[in-house]
Design a protein around this ligand. Structure first.
Ligand code: SAM
Ligand code: DTB
Ligand code: SF4
Length: 341
């Protein structure tokens, strides 16, 4: 049977997720070696281009207007500041730059036009540009693609069954529809979720099952450990055990062998040894930089030391097994600093 499948059964997925820990790690590591160089890790940087004041009620999110958190509401950043941040990210070794906005959905207005300019600018710097802006129509996805967008992040977050306990202001089908619009526009799909939100193992497996049974696997699957933020309904959730992260990562790796599996939020509370087990299980991507969107992340220098200790190297941008878009088609613009490349 082929490794790349879209017809996984719940029983198969549960059997993988529930393997004895050492067997699961071994199988994840084996699948990882079959499709990727296990010494390469993709380094991505996040920037919150529009922070807080979001109308949605996502129970985990410090940016939802209805919860009283320490997040300061900020309007959409100017393009030049975003370019500066992208250049810094590139200089510190990132190959993917992901811009996040606390929006329920994209609206066709001046702010969207400004985001399109940001996308054009960052893509001209030779970085993979990613956005996470909430729901998108097919037309908006196309506009982003034309501006040079490489990937779009839109997480399923949890299983369909658990979804209404976490979010009531949109449906699971809304999420899937945006993923379809992104796929249709030939943008690389980034979709994963969060663990540690009171879900059952069956919900974790359910989410991976939905992702793995999409007509095409997402090119990136972020696995986030909940960062509990004071003021949100999930502020008192206990810390996610590293073993649960390993189970999620290895299961994602086995079910979606070619995807970039991202060890996302939660690294700040993990030791190098714990992160090493996640890389062993099949994770091959991280967010670098001392901030995620609004919460802390390990310092760049700490990660450099970790890469040295574990003999990991940053992956080059636009590598083949994640490139649905022909690199040649990405418009070449002037470099931010004035000279063309
Ligand atoms: N507003 C857009 C949306 O929800 O699609 C984009 C930004 S939103 C902050 C992006 C993702 O961040 C969410 O889907 C969720 O997976 C993740 N996230 C938000 N708060 C988090 C938290 N406290 N811990 C872990 N992940 C979180
Ligand atoms: C993803 O899966 N995780 C990132 C990114 N995609 C956008 C966001 C994590 C956010 C953690 C909470 C915060 O910093 O606000
Ligand atoms: Fe808004 Fe996104 Fe946060 Fe939900 S996850 S409250 S949509 S910013």
């Amino acid at each position: 049977m082929s490794d790349i499948r879209n017809n996984w059964t719940r029983e198969e997925a549960e059997a993988i997720y529930n393997l004895p820990m050492m067997e699961l790690l071994y199988q994840g590591a084996t699948m990882h070696r079959k499709y990727s160089d296990p010494s390469e890790v993709q380094v991505c940087t996040l920037l919150s281009i529009k922070t807080g004041g979001c109308p949605e009620d996502c129970a985990y999110c410090p940016q939802a207007a209805r919860y009283h958190t320490d997040v300061k509401v900020e309007k959409l950043m100017p393009v030049n500041e975003v370019m500066k941040a992208a250049l810094e990210a590139k200089e510190s070794g990132s190959t993917r730059f992901c811009m996040g906005a606390a929006w329920r959905e994209v609206r066709d207005n001046k702010d969207f036009d400004r985001v399109l300019d940001m996308v054009k600018g960052v893509s001209s710097m030779g970085m993979e540009v990613c956005c996470t802006l909430g729901m998108l129509t097919a037309e908006q996805a196309e506009k982003l693609q034309n501006a040079g967008l490489y990937a779009y992040n839109h997480n399923l977050d949890t299983s369909e069954e658990h979804y209404d306990k976490i979010i009531s202001t949109r449906t699971y089908d809304d999420r899937i529809e945006t993923l379809e619009n992104v796929r249709k526009a030939k943008i690389s799909v980034c979709s994963g979720g969060i663990i540690g939100m009171g879900e059952k193992d069956a919900d974790r497996v359910g989410m991976l099952l939905t992702l793995a049974n999409l007509p095409e696997h997402p090119e990136s699957v972020p696995v986030n450990a909940l960062v509990p933020v004071e003021g949100t309904p999930l502020e008192n959730q206990p810390k996610v055990p590293v073993w649960d992260m390993i189970r999620m990562i290895a299961t994602a790796r086995i079910m979606m062998p070619k995807a970039m599996v991202r060890l996302s939020a939660g690294r700040v509370r993990m030791t190098v040894e714990e992160q090493a087990l996640c890389f062993m299980a099949g994770a091959n991507s991280i967010f670098a930089g001392d901030k995620l969107l609004t919460t802390p992340n390990p310092e760049v220098n700490e990660d450099k030391v970790m890469f040295q200790i574990l003999n990991l190297k940053p992956r080059a941008p636009f590598k083949a097994n994640e490139a649905p878009v022909d690199i040649q088609q990405i418009p070449q613009h002037e470099h931010a600093c004035g000279h063309s490349h």
